[in-house]
Design a protein around this ligand. Structure first.
Ligand SMILES: NC(=O)C1=CN([C@@H]2O[C@H](COP(=O)(O)OP(=O)(O)OC[C@H]3O[C@@H](n4cnc5c(N)ncnc54)[C@H](OP(=O)(O)O)[C@@H]3O)[C@@H](O)[C@H]2O)C=CC1
Ligand SMILES: O=C(O)[C@@H]1CCC=N1
Length: 286
C-alpha cells in the first residue's frame, strides 16, 4: 500500500527528521514520495532535502491535494496553526497522523471537518535507524485500511504497538521520552569512565554495547529483568555494591519518577488543550 502513497510532514524538527531518515533508509518508500514543510525555516527544509533527497517545500507551495497522508509533527502548542492551514483544503480520504504528545484524536476530530480520518502515533527518535518503539491509536472515523497503512508505515522504522488511546500518556512516558533517560544514564556512566582514565569515545562504545546486550537479552530470552539482574549479581560482589549505591541514592525511585512525571505531563498537555477548546480561548500550553 505504501509504495503508491505520498506523505507530507508538517513540521521539520527532530522528530520529523528521525522519521524521514528511517523511512528513506528502509527503502520501503522512494524519497520523492516524501514531502516536508514548516512555517519559516527555509534553510532547514533545504538541509533535509539535501541530506535525504526528499522534497522540502514551503508551506504555501505544498499542493495539499497531491498528498495522501499528512503527519503533524509540530510542537503541541502549534497544532492549531497547522489545523487552520489544512482544515478547509483537505478531503475526508486524506489520512492525518499526529505524533504530537498529549494531543488526542478527539481534539483533532473536533478541530477538523466531520469524518476526517486520524491516527495518533507516538514514535521515538530511534526511528532514525529503524528501531523506534511506536504506539498507534486510531480515531473514531478511521477505516481499517488506514490503520493498516499506519502500521505499515511505522513498521518501516521500528516496532509498532496498537494500544488504547487512554494508554498513550504512559506510552509516551516510557517510550516517547524513554531514549532520553538512557542517554542521561549514559552521560553519567561516561563521566565515571573518563574520570577513571578511559577515553570518552571508548567509554561511550562500551556503555552502548552493554545497553544493547542487556536489551537484546530481554528481547531474546523469556526472562524478566529481575531474573536477569539477579544473574549478574554475585553475593558481596561488584554489582551488589553498585546496586546498593543506586538504592541508597534513590536510583530506582528516580527512574519511576521520570516515567511518572513524563506521563503526567502528557496528560496535562491534553487537559490544557481540551480546556482551551471548551472555553474557546487561545491555547495556553505552558
Ligand atoms: N522529539 C522527540 O523525541 C519526539 C517528539 N514527538 C512530538 O513531535 C512533535 C515535534 O517535536 P520535535 O520535532 O522535537 O520539535 P521541533 O521543535 O524540533 O520541531 C517543530 C517543527 O514544527 C515546525 N512548525 C511549527 N508550527 C508549524 C505549523 N503550523 N506548520 C508546519 N510546521 C510547523 C517548526 O518549524 P517553523 O518554526 O519554521 O515552522 C519545526 O520545524 C512534538 O509535538 C512532540 O510532542 C513525539 C515523539 C518523540
Ligand atoms: O519531550 C517531548 O515532549 C517529546 C514527546 C516525547 C518525546 N519528546
Amino acid at each position: 500500500m505504501l509504495h503508491d502513497k505520498t506523505i507530507a510532514f508538517l513540521g521539520a524538527g527532530s522528530m520529523a527528521e528521525a522519521m524521514i531518515s528511517g523511512l528513506v533508509k528502509s527503502e520501503k518508500m522512494k524519497a520523492n514520495q516524501i514531502f516536508v514543510t514548516n512555517r519559516s525555516n527555509h534553510k532547514r527544509l533545504g538541509a533535509l532535502e539535501k541530506t535525504y533527497g526528499i522534497n522540502g517545500v514551503n508551506q504555501k507551495e505544498l499542493k495539499l491535494d497531491q498528498i495522501d497522508v499528512f503527519i503533524l509533527a509540530m510542537k503541541p502548542k502549534d497544532v492549531d496553526g497547522a489545523l487552520d492551514h489544512i482544515r478547509d483544503r483537505i478531503k475526508p480520504h486524506q489520512l492525518i497522523m499526529s505524533v504530537l504528545a498529549g494531543i488526542t484524536t478527539s481534539y483533532l476530530e473536533q478541530n477538523l471537518h466531520y469524518g476526517q480520518q486520524i491516527v495518533r502515533v507516538m514514535p521515538n527518535t530511534s526511528s532514525t535507524i529503524g528501531e523506534s518503539a511506536t504506539a498507534i491509536s486510531p480515531g473514531q472515523e478511521t477505516a481499517n485500511k488506514n490503520i493498516k497503512l499506519t502500521k505499515e508505515l511505522f513498521k518501516c522504522i521500528g516496532k509498532v504497538y496498537e494500544i488504547e488511546e487512554k494508554n498513550m500518556d504512559i506510552f509516551t512516558g516510557l517510550a516517547g521520552s524513554g531514549p532520553a533517560y538512557f542517554y542521561y544514564l549514559m552521560e553519567h556512566m561516561e563521566q565515571e569512565g573518563v574520570h577513571a582514565g578511559l577515553d570518552a569515545e571508548t567509554t561511550r562504545q562500551i556503555i552502548a554495547q552493554t545497553i544493547v546486550g542487556a536489551a537484546k537479552m530481554i528481547q531474546d530470552q523469556d526472562k524478566t529483568p529481575t531474573v536477569l539482574r539477579e544473574k549478574v549479581t554475585s553475593p558481596n560482589g561488584t554489582t551488589a555494591a553498585g546496586l546498593n549505591a543506586l538504592e541508597v541514592h534513590g536510583g530506582g525511585i528516580a527512574i519511576s519518577k521520570a516515567v511518572e512525571h513524563a506521563t503526567k505531563r502528557s496528560k496535562e498537555i491534553s487537559d490544557q488543550i481540551q480546556e482551551s477548546l471548551l472555553v474557546g480561548s487561545s491555547k495556553q500550553i505552558s
